[in-house]
Design a protein around this ligand. Structure first.
Ligand SMILES: *[C@@H]1O[C@H](CO)[C@@H](O)[C@H](O)[C@H]1NC(C)=O
Length: 330
């Protein structure tokens, strides 16, 4: 009897060991495939780490992000998907600090009260898409200026963000650390115009103002106006007429890894990023969205764009999209 019992015990112990060993093995396999995924990602985005310790640290962050993205997509309870993009080795805190370059309007001087030329617009098309027709804050200023230039001249000209970053020194719009689109419009007005992207290409960092290019004007604007705040209906009238600079909170992990679909959050209304509303529409299942142009490259989102839920209950709009919008006028 005793020996049968002993045999059962040994067998049970053996089973436990087999289970443990297979767990260790599958963890090792999983780690090995994550290492490979990380290596492939490094090659794809041309990342360079200064030493092995830094690589290890980035690998751990990468792992955490991959798990977050996989479990988010597996839950399948949102109308949008996330993906491993260029920002996958950054913590959300680092991402926030490095990407947005936008200062809350509260900290800035009050710009003049402007009229809203679209207030009496009664009919707007069901959908609008200025892409077919046509960072930081500088990208939003420039995209909206390109939009109005194309509408008034019929010419699609790529304009210079770097000129704004380097030459707009009004103290509040210093380079990529902060700025506001309205002050960018003001710079273009005061300067008498803005040059082309080709003449003054984007460098991704603050530089000295190239005064020769600053004096060359490929496009100009005469003024800018604000969209009445906290009204998605007012924003709709505006976007029906031209691309609009809007401010949003874009610092959450879901935003960091947004890949496709209609973004429905998570986000708050602590505005920290300048983007451009370039259209709107409704999906086949009836979800209304804003079409928003970001400045984080084409590997992010839908080829650099995001569709954000439109007409939500909160008057501020999703991520505060209806809180602080403006547009240049010809
Ligand atoms: C809108 O209509 C009102 C009433 O007719 C008018 O006073 C106002 O000037 C109009 N606004 C614009 C921007 O045309």
């Amino acid at each position: 009897m005793a020996s049968t019992h002993q045999g059962q015990c040994i067998f049970a112990l053996f089973l436990i060991l087999v289970v443990l060993a297979s767990q260790v093995m599958s963890r090792n396999l999983h780690d090995a495939s994550l290492t490979q995924t990380h290596e492939e990602w490094i090659a794809k985005y041309g990342k360079v780490y200064k030493d092995a310790a830094e690589k290890e640290r980035r690998f751990n962050i990468f792992n955490g992000n991959v798990k977050f993205i996989e479990s988010f997509n597996a839950a399948g309870n949102r109308p949008y998907k996330l993906s491993i993009n260029e920002f996958a080795d950054q913590t959300n805190e680092e991402f926030k600090a490095s990407r947005n370059g936008y200062r809350s309007p509260r900290l800035l001087r009050i710009t003049k009260e402007a009229s809203f030329r679209y207030e009496n617009v009664t009919a707007v098309p069901a959908s609008m898409d200025w892409i077919k027709k046509g960072s930081c804050w500088a990208f939003s200023t420039v995209a909206a200026t390109e939009g109005i230039t194309q509408l008034t001249t019929g010419k699609l000209i790529s304009l210079s963000e770097q000129e704004l970053v380097d030459c707009d020194n009004n103290g509040e719009d210093q380079g990529c650390e902060g700025g506001l689109m309205e002050n960018g419009f003001e710079f273009i007005i005061q300067n008498g115009g803005i040059t082309t992207e080709a003449n003054y290409p984007y460098q991704g960092a603050d530089g000295t103002c190239n005064t020769k290019e600053e004096a060359s004007h490929a496009a100009k604007i005469n003024g800018y106006e604000k969209v009445p705040a906290n009204s998605e209906n007012a924003l709709l009238k505006a976007v029906a007429n031209q691309p609009i600079s809007v401010s949003i909170e874009a610092s959450g992990s879901a935003f960091q890894f947004y890949s496709s679909g209609v973004f429905t959050g998570e986000c708050g209304t602590m505005l920290d990023h300048g983007v451009t509303a370039v259209g709107y529409g409704t999906t086949s299942d009836g979800t209304k969205y804003w079409l928003v142009k970001n400045s984080w490259g084409t590997s992010w989102g839908e080829e650099g764009y995001i569709r954000m839920q439109r007409d939500i209950k909160a008057k501020e709009g999703l991520c505060g999209i209806a809180m602080d919008s403006s547009y240049p006028t010809a």
